[in-house]
Each structure stands twice: as structure tokens, then as C-alpha cells.
Design a binder for this molecule. Sequence first.
Ligand code: UDP
Ligand code: MG
Length: 140
Amino acid sequence: MANERTLSIIKPDATERNITGLIIARLEASGLRVIAQKRVWWKKKDAKKFYDIHKGQPFYQDLVTFMTSGPIVLQVLEGEDAIAKNRAVMGATNPVDAEPGTIRKDFAVNMQRNSVHGSDSAETAKREIALCFKKGEIVG
Ligand code: UDP
Ligand code: MG
């Protein structure tokens, strides 16, 4: 296992319900460390670029609309095996399939409004961190 960085997003359904602290507590309890963090409200172009990989999927347009519907919290998480660990703490995309005790099982509204994003590989982590943060904003 290597020390890794991953991109985490707390989505609009969670900022709306004022549960960002509850979610961050789950991430920190797993051993992940927040080394960069900011609250932003994405424009359509930001969401489209970030989710470019899903362009053409039936859920893409609705996802862009959802992710621009309110503020979000962008975070870089660091730790041992951070990419897989974050995905494990998040739980499955559809909360119906998520393991008990995961963020999505406990907080997600449905498959779209599922409270958190996490990079799914080393390549996407690198791309997503670079898209969301300048080097100087990652402060440790
Ligand atoms: N999504 C959706 N419907 C689907 C699949 C995905 O609304 O059928 C949304 C959901 O918010 C999900 C995001 O699109 O988190 C990205 O999908 P992906 O398959 O990458 O899931 P994730 O990596 O977030 O678990
Ligand atoms: Mg994904």
C-alpha cells in the first residue's frame, strides 16, 4: 500500500441538509486526512468538464444539473491506499447496494443524490485534483 491522494466532493444534497461535518468525520475516522478543502458553486462548464468521462450516458445531463444546483465541498484526501479507502468509506454508487456503515448507505437520498464523489483510480485522482486545485491550495 502506498501513500496516495484522492479527490473527494461533498455533493449539493449534503450541503443542502447541513451534513458536511458528519461526512468529513467519517472520512477522518477512517484515517484519511483532508489536505486541501474549499466550498464552491460550480458553473455548468465546471461540472461538464469534471464529468466529461460520462458524456453520452443517460444520466449525464441530470448529473450536471444536480452538481450545479447548490454549493459543494472539494477536498483532497491523503493517506495509505487513499483512493480505495475513500471508495470503501463512501459505499456503492446506489445507496440501496451500499454496505451498512458507509456514507452513502447512511446519508444518500438516491443513486443520483448520493452525497459524495471519490476518484476511482490513480489516473482519475491525478486529473481530478489538478482540475479542482492549484498546487498552492494543497496545504497539508
Ligand atoms: N449517477 C446517476 N445515475 C446512474 C449512475 C450514476 O445519477 O445511473 C450519478 C451519481 O451521482 C454518481 C455519478 O453519476 O455518483 C457518477 O457515476 P459513477 O458511475 O462514476 O459513480 P461513482 O463513481 O460516483 O460511484
Ligand atoms: Mg465515478
